[in-house]
Design a protein around this ligand. Structure first.
Ligand code: PEP
Length: 252
């Protein structure tokens, strides 16, 4: 399975930050051993994709609307992301689930919209601290998987191409990282759930860990079974931080 290092710039970055992408492209030119993606704010997708064209770095969006077009002020469709040059899109990030009250049902509709435009969805799941402390982590993650992933997909992106990101909400942007034991438990659980739902395709689906991944903890996280890469927020904003994370993944 090809590993995946995905960066999430969130609502950060202007044209001045694009040189970080250029540095990343230079550092990993010719890299065939992992997929490298930066999920940019909508305003930068097109420019970033132009810079990254033909390189080992790909570009993604951070959300898309479930509909193809229409009266949805402020939203971006999957077709718009595709036209701008995106190959991936993050869906159901916990910040979208909390800031915009996105439900599993909405995320599932977005997954269908994304694959219709041949965008690879990175579907995020993860428990809050209160849910973990109540012993509900696996129940919550299982429910999000069941609700957010479609049974089967039309079009030329199969369910095996869909990416799942396990992101404990309490570890995102906090500097707190799940322990390797906690990651192993949840990733093993997700793999079993995907196998039960999709058979062999479930074996091919990449499961990323996200939550304060940094150069200093990346190698230990990538050594955990069923961790097929990372979704990285803060540390994806500079090549100095993201580069060593990509290298750790390639060497894992
Ligand atoms: C994220 O944005 O998905 C994320 C995991 O952020 P951070 O790496 O900053 O915790």
């Amino acid at each position: 399975m090809r590993k995946l290092a995905a960066g999430n710039w969130k609502m950060n970055g202007t044209g001045d930050d694009l040189d970080q992408v250029t540095r990343l492209i230079t550092a990993f030119s010719g890299t065939q051993r992992a997929d490298i993606v930066i999920c940019a704010p909508a305003t930068l997708v097109h420019r970033m994709a132009e810079i990254a064209a033909g390189s080992s770095v790909q570009v993604g969006g951070q959300d898309c609307h479930p509909k193809a077009a229409g009266a949805h002020t402020g939203d971006v469709s999957a077709a718009m992301l595709r036209e701008a040059g995106a190959d991936y899109v993050i869906l159901g990030h916990s910040e979208r689930r909390s800031d915009h009250r996105e439900t599993d049902l909405m995320v599932r509709a977005k997954v269908l919209a994304a694959v219709a435009e041949r965008l690879v969805p990175i579907v995020c799941v993860g428990e809050t601290l209160a849910e973990r402390e109540a012993g509900r982590t696996l129940e919550v993650v299982g429910g999000q998987l069941d609700g957010s992933l479609p049974g089967e997909l039309p079009g030329d992106i199969g369910i095996g191409d869909v990416v799942v990101a396990y992101e404990p909400v309490w570890a995102i942007g906090t500097g707190l990282t799940a322990t390797t034991a906690q990651i192993a438990e949840v990733h093993g659980f997700i793999r079993d759930r995907l196998l039960a739902a999709y058979g062999l395709d479930g074996e091919a689906m990449r499961i990323l860990y996200g939550g304060s991944v940094k150069p200093g903890n990346a190698a230990a996280i990538f050594a955990v079974p069923h961790v097929d890469g990372a979704l990285v927020g803060g540390a994806s904003m500079t090549a100095n931080d993201f580069g060593p994370i990509v290298t750790a993944l390639i060497n894992a």
